[in-house]
Design a protein around this ligand. Structure first.
Ligand SMILES: [Zn+2]
Length: 352
C-alpha cells in the first residue's frame, strides 16, 4: 500500500475499484450494505478520477502523485467531500475546513447534524461551476446520499442532469430506495457487496480483533462494523454469552451498551432463535449459544416491538431505564416457562 492510497487499507475494495474506474458516467452511485467501506471506495474512485499519473483515470489511483497525495491529505482543491458532521470522526474525515456545512454547524450549539444539508449541496453546485484548479476534473463525493432531505436532493438534481464539463459526482448509499428515483436514474450504479469471508477475517485479525470470525458473523459479514464493535468493547466472549445473559434477565453487564446497539443485537437474536427452533444453524451467534424458544408467538411479538424501537433509533432514550426494560422484555420472550410478553412490552413503553 502506498501512502495516500484511499483503497489500499481495505483489500476487498480492489475488485470493485477496478469495476468503478471503467465507468465513464459523470455520476456514480456506490451502494450496498453499511460497514464494508462505501466511503473508502467512493474516495478511491474520486482519487482515480483526479490522479495525474500516466494512464490515470482508467485504472486505480497511483497513490503517489501530487494529486493522490492531496486527496490523502484531505486538501485537494478539486475534490469536495460532503459528509454529515456526526459521521466525520468515524470516517476519519475531519478538519479539512473547506467542505460542507461547517460554518453553519459551528454557528449553532446543536448536536452534530446527521444530515447533508441544503446549504452544503448549494456549495457543491457552486463548486463544480468553477474551473478545475489542477486542470483534470472536479469531483464531489456525497456520503451517505440518503442523508439528503428532499430539498437538498432537488438542489442537486439539476446539476446532475446538466453537469458542467469537468464535473463528476460520487454518491454512496446503503439505502438506494430512499433516494429520489430521479437521482438514482442519473447515476450509474456500482455495487459493493459483503467482502469475501477470508479477506474480511484476515483483515480483522490484522487489526488486532480477537476471534474475528465470531464478530464478523455478529455483524453479518461487515468488517468495518465488526471493528467498530470491537472498539466499543463488544468482544467475541461478550457476544457468545449474550443469549444466556438475556434469558436470565441480567442487565448489569449490558449497562454500557448503546441502546440502538442492544436493540440491533436483540433483533439478531430473534432471527437466530427462529432459525434454531426450526432446526437450522444460527446466522449471527455461534452455534450452541442460542436455544430454541418455548413460545415462538412470544418471540414474534418481541421481534415486532424491537422493530418499532429500531425505527426510533435516534430517540433520546433514557438509557439506563431503557436497557433494563429491554433486558426484561428479552427474559420474558426467551423464558422457558409460559408467561405473557405483554408485561415486557408495557415496560418498554413506560421507559420511553
Ligand atoms: Zn496518482
Amino acid at each position: 500500500m502506498v501512502a495516500g492510497d484511499a483503497a489500499g487499507a481495505l483489500p476487498w475494495l480492489e475488485e470493485p475499484l477496478r469495476r468503478g474506474v471503467s465507468i465513464r458516467s459523470h455520476a456514480v452511485l456506490v451502494h450496498g450494505p453499511d460497514g464494508v467501506g462505501q466511503f473508502e471506495l467512493a474516495l478511491a474512485l474520486a482519487q482515480a478520477w483526479l490522479c495525474e499519473a500516466e494512464g490515470a483515470a482508467t485504472r486505480r489511483p497511483c497513490g503517489a502523485c501530487a494529486s493522490c497525495r492531496l486527496v490523502g491529505a484531505h486538501s485537494h482543491p478539486d475534490l469536495l467531500v460532503l459528509v454529515p458532521e456526526a459521521l466525520r470522526e468515524a470516517l476519519g474525515w475531519e478538519t479539512a475546513g473547506t467542505e460542507g456545512d461547517e460554518p453553519v454547524e459551528k454557528a449553532s450549539k446543536a448536536k452534530p447534524s446527521r444530515d447533508i444539508r441544503v446549504e452544503a449541496v448549494r456549495q457543491a453546485v457552486a463548486f463544480v461551476q468553477t474551473t478545475a484548479a489542477r486542470g483534470r476534473a472536479k469531483a464531489v463525493l456525497l456520503h451517505p446520499a440518503e442523508r439528503m432531505n428532499p430539498i437538498a436532493a432537488n438542489t442537486l438534481l439539476k446539476t446532475l442532469e446538466e453537469p458542467p464539463g469537468a464535473a463528476r459526482f460520487l454518491l454512496s448509499c446503503a439505502a438506494p430506495e430512499a433516494l429520489l428515483p430521479t437521482i438514482r436514474s442519473r447515476c450509474q450504479s456500482l455495487l459493493l457487496g459483503v467482502p469475501p469471508y477470508g479477506l474480511a477475517v484476515a483483515w480483522l485479525a490484522a487489526q488486532g480483533v480477537a476471534e474475528p470470525a465470531v464478530l464478523l458473523a455478529a455483524c453479518g459479514g461487515q468488517p468495518l462494523q465488526a471493528r467498530q464493535w470491537w472498539e466499543e468493547g463488544i468482544d467475541a466472549q461478550a457476544w457468545r454469552q449474550l443469549p444466556a445473559l438475556l434469558a436470565r434477565g441480567e442487565a448489569g453487564p449490558l449497562a454500557a451498551w448503546p441502546v440502538p446497539r442492544l436493540v440491533e443485537a436483540m433483533q439478531k437474536l430473534c432471527h437466530d432463535v427462529f432459525s434454531v427452533s426450526a432446526g437450522a444453524v444460527p446466522r449471527y451467534f455461534p452455534e450452541g449459544s442460542v436455544k430454541g424458544a418455548a413460545d415462538l408467538v412470544r418471540v414474534a411479538d418481541w421481534s415486532r416491538e424491537l422493530a418499532r424501537l429500531a425505527r426510533d433509533a435516534e430517540h433520546p432514550w433514557s438509557a439506563g431505564l431503557m436497557v433494563e426494560a429491554l433486558v426484561e422484555s428479552a427474559r420474558n420472550a426467551l423464558a422457558r416457562s409460559r408467561r405473557g410478553v405483554r408485561a415486557a412490552v408495557n415496560s418498554l413503553h413506560s421507559a420511553r
